[in-house]
Design a protein. Structure first.
Length: 276
């Protein structure tokens, strides 16, 4: 990093609340390295979150930050971006916050293609509220609300968000923190809605119930089950069944929402002037 990581942190808010072994600190470090690599003006960055373990992250960051209500981070972020389109707006939120109560906001932000970067800290569980299953909990895994095994299929959030209209989607993992940081940097630099799913580990509520006794075991699982898009293309459906694909997974070029809105304002102003 060009600057020390403490440059981006509110050290007076430490120590953080995350459990020992939680992957969220690794993902947050990847976000800060991405911001540093782009040399963004700290006073021009606004970070927004909802509620949950991941959503406590903005409290530790020395930017303009908002810790908002459950599932509504993207609604607040949209308002900020519409009012101040020149800001670099970044949403940090968990899988429950984004894919459950906030799922409708997620697909519509992607549909609008508004220039907001969203990082989903996916630890496959509701960690802050004692380990209930989330829309990202894998089938068959144990949670407090699924003591005999989760029977639902999880979302593929990257496919969902790309189908909704995002300009860039990708997935990384805490184990692969370097590639994750570079992916986040590309997402921030994208002119349009960009979404990165960051696979994280929760040893406290997910790992100990699912035969992964500590954070190291969970990181080893990420190492063994993550495959690149190129590697995935050489695997059979059976070989891919227990794997997840990392890297840049989809890009497209579409008009960005705030620029479209500015053109409407300009057209309306021109019509008003002509009618005066």
């Amino acid at each position: 990093m060009a600057k020390p990581i403490t440059y981006y942190l509110r050290t007076d808010k430490m120590p953080h609340i995350w459990c020992e072994g939680c992957g969220h600190g690794i993902v947050l470090g990847a976000v800060l390295r991405a911001i540093d690599s782009l040399d963004l003006d700290k006073d021009n960055v606004c970070v927004v979150s909802g509620i949950g373990c991941a959503s406590r992250a903005p409290g530790y960051l020395d930017f303009d930050t908002l810790h908002t209500t459950h599932g509504r981070a993207l609604a607040f972020a949209t308002g900020i971006k519409m009012m101040k389109p020149g800001l670099d707006v970044i949403v940090l939120a968990g899988d429950g916050d984004l894919a459950a109560i906030g799922g409708n906001h997620l697909i519509h932000a992607a549909r609008r293609n508004i220039n907001i970067t969203t990082i989903c800290f996916n630890n496959s569980i509701y960690g802050m509220t004692s380990g209930q299953y989330s829309p990202m909990t894998p089938t068959g895994k144990i949670a407090t609300t699924a003591p005999y095994g989760h029977i639902e299929e999880p979302f593929d959030l990257c496919e969902l968000v790309f189908a909704a209209g995002a300009s860039l989607v990708g997935r990384g993992a805490a184990y692969h923190s370097g590639p994750l940081s570079r992916l986040i940097a590309k997402a921030i630099a994208t002119d349009g809605f960009a979404f990165v799913e960051a696979v994280s580990q929760c040893p406290t509520y997910f790992g100990r119930r699912n035969k992964m006794k500590n954070a190291l075991a969970m990181l080893d699982w990420q190492k063994e089950h993550a495959v690149t898009k190129k590697a995935a293309s050489r695997l059979s459906p059976e070989e891919l069944a227990d794997k997840f694909v990392i890297g840049e997974l989809g890009t497209r070029t579409r008009p960005e929402y705030t620029k479209r809105y500015e053109s409407i304002i300009a057209a309306a102003a021109k019509e008003t002037d002509e009618n005066v």
